[in-house]
Structures are given as C-alpha cells and as structure tokens.
Design a protein around this ligand. Structure first.
Ligand SMILES: Nc1ncnc2c1ncn2[C@@H]1O[C@H](COP(=O)(O)OP(=O)(O)OP(=O)(O)O)[C@@H](O)[C@H]1O
Length: 250
C-alpha cells in the first residue's frame, strides 16, 4: 500500500464508520435542498444512497464535499472535515466521481489518468487490471469514447489514488445494460479496496453491490439499514423509491 502524505492521520481499520454525517442541511441559492441529514458509512463495502428523483442525493454528496453551502458536521475517520475547503477534503482522501462523468474530452485516456494522479505511487497496475479496455484505448481522445468508456475513465481517475472513501454519483445512468454490468463489476472490484457511497437508481446494481442503504425523501433520511432489509420488502421499495424490482419480475 502506498503512504499518502497524511497517512499518519489515518484511523486504524475497523475503528468505526469511515464517514459520519450529522445534522447536515444544504442550501442552493438560499433554498434548503437537504435538511438535518444524518447517517454513517461503514469502513468497508458499498453503502447506497437512494431515493426518488430530486430528493437530494446529489446535494448530499456535494454537501459532504463542501461544494454547496451547508451546516452540520461531517467526519471522516473520526476527524471533522466540514470546515475544510473542498480541495483539502479531496486531498484528505475523499474521491469523487460526479454524475456527469467529467473527463477532458480533448485529452487522451492516458493523459486523463495522468492528470488525476495525486499520490507518490499511483495505482496504475490496479487501474490497468480493472479496466483493460482503457489500456487498449490509452491513446484515444476521451471525447471520442462511448458513454460507458467515459464512465470507466471517470472511475479510473478516482481509483488511481488511494482514497479513504469514494463518492460515486449515478455511474450507470444512461448506459446500455451490458455496460451497466461492466461498470457494476468494476465498482464491485473497487469496493474491495475502498468503501464507497454510491448514488444509484438501478435496483439490479444496488442488489449486486450494496451492503447498506440510506434512503432520502424530501431532503431527509427516511430509512437506513441493511440493503436486504429494504430490498426484500417490495412494498417499501415501491413506496420509498417509486420503482418495482425488475429482478423479481424477471
Ligand atoms: N443548481 C440548482 N439550483 C436550484 N435548485 C437545485 C439545483 N440543483 C438541485 N436543485 C434542487 O435541489 C433538490 C435536490 O436535487 P438533487 O439533484 O440533489 O436530487 P437528486 O436526488 O440527486 O435527484 P436526481 O435523482 O434527479 O439526480 C431538487 O429539488 C432540485 O430541484
């Protein structure tokens, strides 16, 4: 494992949740978009942040990163990060894969990855193993890649550094089913090395990846618990998420 510059501040593994959010209220142009949100993310596995469209999932992620105006406390490994500027939060070990797959369209795949490298020993071999397609396309301009391939670049950019937590926002949105499976498989592999807070709408993916779930409604947490506790309750899934579980219907 690589030693990040602030590794000495790293909590011992298993020492409790990696992320603790308490009383988080976020505002966009003066409008409250999440209110008094509290939840924890365990130090391993995938925690899915769920809810119907517009309930505040992206706003929660952006609040954690200090990208929107917010109050409340955010602890990473027991250390308060809510007073830090966003770039410091990222340096402290919070990786972010935004919803809109931010890649540099005019740069090659290799250049996109190189620009993301922050650690002294970036995890290039890990990335190459996880995304062999990107190795084959290393000299291709990112703007000419498919949506799924761009998502791989976006994920790879976050995974090349050793993070304490990864925030991944709707990585499978708009992708073809086969590509959804590929992205989910890569996320599953990644989750063996870093805890992930995942915003996801696809129940099939949630079922495959999530250990725990946090459900938002109207900007507030309405359920937090084991993924199976939610997913095994069809009525609750329908009520909280507004979707049927396609895997059950199949
Ligand atoms: N830039 C903005 N300006 C004003 N209101 C916004 C802005 N971005 C989000 N909102 C509002 O904040 C609320 C929460 O939006 P947010 O994107 O966090 O929800 P979400 O659960 O991620 O939605 P989706 O599933 O559709 O991505 C919504 O009511 C939305 O209209």
């Amino acid at each position: 494992m690589t030693a990040a510059s602030d590794a000495s501040a790293r909590p011992a593994p298993g020492a409790g949740p990696i992320l603790r959010v308490a009383g988080l209220t976020g505002r966009i142009t003066g409008q409250t978009v999440i209110e008094d949100v509290s939840f924890e993310v365990p130090a391993t596995g995938v925690t899915a942040l769920l809810g119907r469209n517009g309930v505040g999932k992206t706003s929660t992620i952006r609040s954690i990163l200090g990208l929107i105006e917010r109050t409340g406390s955010v602890e990473l490994g027991g250390i308060r990060i809510d007073a830090m500027p966003t770039h410091r939060i990222v340096q402290f070990g919070v990786g972010y894969v935004p919803e809109d797959r931010e890649v540099f369209a005019g740069l090659t795949v290799a250049e996109n990855l190189r620009l993301a490298e922050r650690d002294a020993a970036p995890r290039r071999e890990f990335i190459a193993r996880l995304f062999p397609d990107l190795v084959a396309r290393r000299d291709q301009r990112a703007g000419t890649l498919s949506g799924g391939q761009q998502q791989m670049v976006s994920l790879a950019r976050a995974l090349v550094n050793e993070n304490r937590l990864l925030l991944v926002d709707e990585p499978t949105k708009g992708l073809a089913p086969r590509i959804v499976d590929e992205v989910a498989a890569a996320l599953g592999e990644a989750a063996r090395t870093v805890p992930i807070l995942l915003v996801e709408q696809n129940l099939h993916v949630i079922r495959a990846l999530a250990d725990r779930v946090v459900v938002l409604s109207g900007g507030r947490v309405v359920f937090a618990g084991a993924a199976s506790e939610l997913l095994d309750d069809e009525e609750r899934v329908q009520r909280l998420l507004g979707v049927h579980d396609a895997s059950e219907a199949a």
